[in-house]
Design a protein around this ligand. Structure first.
Ligand SMILES: Cc1cc2nc3c(=O)[nH]c(=O)nc-3n(C[C@H](O)[C@H](O)[C@H](O)COP(=O)(O)OP(=O)(O)OC[C@H]3O[C@@H](n4cnc5c(N)ncnc54)[C@H](O)[C@@H]3O)c2cc1C
Ligand SMILES: NC(=O)c1ccc[n+]([C@@H]2O[C@H](COP(=O)([O-])OP(=O)(O)OC[C@H]3O[C@@H](n4cnc5c(N)ncnc54)[C@H](O)[C@@H]3O)[C@@H](O)[C@H]2O)c1
Length: 487
């Protein structure tokens, strides 16, 4: 969906709030500010909706959904159901992917923004001073501005890559033919999700990561469950490996292995989109690695300019972009001093099994010496009934047994993590979670049983169990005496 200039006009070239970039952060920021009744201009150079809608979350989750159906058909016989091997019609799979985008697009459209009271301008925004931004020949002056121009795929400096027609998450969605052999460089969220999706759809996939484990931000135990799942499905996973040379149809790793491929996907992180924005003219400083420097209120080094989303160095997720877009807009439009949350950003990698984390992650918890309460999903009956026991739930607990972090690995972990996010935000203890009856059998028995196990462990401590034994003895003594008195 392209941009049409809205018919609603903003008085001349002046706005209370200018938002530069119309992805998740920009859309949420613009709608939030407009909701306060101020004059808002949003400038977008390509199409509103941004990475999440067009090239990120939506197409990747739609592709994973199709791939999951193929995997279910392929594994039907373990439930005693015999089928033919699935026939993947890739163009129709991609129709499904683009259909999902088309269905969601209207929510992010210029029309929806106009409806919300935002004036949308199409074009490349460049700051020309501390309170002016130009779009072509037009100059808009602003009271406050919010920069939300996102990030683009990082292409690593591999010898020969400039001659290769590589794919990135920006171009992947234009594929019309399923690659027979797909090499994926980078084993982060994009690499792992796409490795599983393409493998399940029928590609022969090699996944290369330079860290010791895939998804290196996750705890090694979570990564190893996923590595096993990917390997079992036929993905060749190479860790602690870098590609040192690449040509059109083959790559050579630092261990000297040659890998032949038909297409290569580069998935090695995202670089903030700050070049050519004129940020230096606006007095907006960048950090050493190119992110816009912001304080805890998302204010940049120019007090009238704020930033939100992938370009700030905060975790690069749609939910972060949205929440921070709203926060920056409230601070800019209302003069508030809202601060970004410090409890840790929840995240989900939508592989099978899913890996979901919130609060203090397990890696940091180990470093900090915090208590970990882990429940293997062999003890989650729902997982047993579905034959999906490869997973675990880990609660990170502080000295007062408050839940300060969690990691869930398993089907629907992205849904399960929801209650743990509330627990972390509200400072709940394991006894609070243990005391809340959960319906049986669900995957949420993972956190519930982990919490119950922790409460039991506390009851088993020498001091507490001595007190409980004393209490029980006094009670039976009292009952006996009462009975004797009645006689
Ligand atoms: C394959 C993939 C899957 C993902 N899956 C998930 C997921 O499942 N869950 C999740 O939470 N996150 C996911 N993400 C991350 C998520 O997509 C991003 O974190 C989020 O979209 C960032 O939003 P943003 O508003 O900061 O930036 P963007 O969405 O990139 O928006 C920036 C906008 O600014 C515009 N722009 C840039 N420069 C200018 C300029 N000079 N003038 C005017 N406009 C400009 C761009 O055209 C763009 O529209 C995924 C990312 C990828 C790549
Ligand atoms: N489910 C989700 O929420 C989801 C899904 C996809 C992407 N995203 C977001 O998009 C961002 C970008 O994803 P991504 O996977 O590209 O980045 P990433 O930072 O998650 O992972 C990139 C990986 O590539 C590795 N790497 C870097 N250079 C390399 C090289 N030359 N050779 C081999 N490995 C190399 C890094 O060590 C890292 O593990 C993520 O940070 C994430 O926030 C989120």
């Amino acid at each position: 969906m392209g941009i049409r200039r809205s018919s609603s006009s903003v008085p001349e070239n002046r706005a209370d709030v200018v938002v530069v970039g119309g992805g998740t952060a920009g859309i949420v920021a613009a709608k939030t500010a407009a909701g306060f009744g101020v004059r808002v201009v949003l400038i977008e150079r390509e199409r509103t909706g941004g990475d999440c809608l067009w090239t990120g979350c939506v197409p990747s989750k739609a592709l994973l959904a199709a791939a999951s159906v193929a995997a279910t058909v392929r594994s039907a016989s373990r439930f005693g159901i015999d089928t033919e091997p699935p026939q993947v019609d890739f163009p129709r799979v991609m129709e499904h992917v683009h259909g999902a985008i088309a269905e969601i697009a209207p929510i992010d459209s210029p029309e929806a923004l106009t409806e919300a009271g935002v004036h949308v301008i199409s074009g490349d925004a460049v700051f020309t001073g501390p309170n002016t931004v130009s779009v072509g020949t037009r100059v808009v002056s602003f009271g406050q501005a919010i920069v939300t121009t996102g990030a683009h795929p990082t292409v690593p400096a591999i010898d020969g890559i400039e001659h290769v027609d590589y794919l990135t998450s920006d171009t992947l969605w234009d594929l019309t033919v399923l690659p027979e052999r797909l090499l994926i460089v980078g084993a982060g969220s994009v690499g792992c999700e796409m490795a599983q999706a393409f493998s399940r759809l029928g590609s022969e996939v090699t996944l290369i990561g330079r860290s010791a484990t895939i998804l290196p931000r996750e705890d090694a135990s979570a990564s190893s469950i996923l590595t096993q799942a990917l390997t079992d499905e036929g993905v060749r996973v190479l860790t602690s490996t870098s590609v040192v040379r690449i040509a059109d149809d083959s790559a050579v790793t630092d261990t000297g292995t040659e890998i032949a491929f038909d297409r290569v996907l580069v998935a090695t992180g995202r670089t903030p989109r700050t070049a050519s924005l004129g940020l230096e003219s606006a007095g907006v400083a960048l950090s050493d690695n190119g992110f816009v420097r912001v304080d805890e209120h998302l204010r940049t080094t120019n007090p009238r300019i704020w930033a939100a989303g992938d370009l700030t160095g905060h975790p690069q997720f749609t939910h972060t972009a949205g929440v921070h877009g709203s926060l920056a807009a409230s601070n800019a439009a209302l003069g508030l001093s809202r601060t970004v949350s410090t409890t840790g950003t929840p995240r989900v990698t939508f592989t099978d099994p899913e890996i979901a984390s919130a609060g203090i992650d397990v890696r940091s918890a180990r470093r900090l010496g915090l208590r970990l309460q882990t429940l293997d999903h062999h003890h989650v009956d729902r997982a047993v009934t579905e034959g999906r026991t490869a997973g675990s739930t880990t609660l990170v607990l502080d000295a007062k047994r408050r839940i300060v972090g969690a990691c869930v690995v398993g089907p629907r972990a992205g849904e399960t993590i929801g209650e743990l996010i509330i627990a972390i935000e509200q400072g709940l203890r394991t006894r609070d979670l243990a005391g809340a009856t959960h319906p049986y059998p669900t995957y949420n028995d993972g956190p519930w049983n982990a919490a119950i196990a922790d409460v039991k462990a506390q009851l088993g401590s020498p001091v507490l169990s001595r007190s409980l034994r004393t209490l029980a003895k006094s009670r039976s003594l009292w009952i006996r005496r009462a009975r004797d008195t009645r006689r």
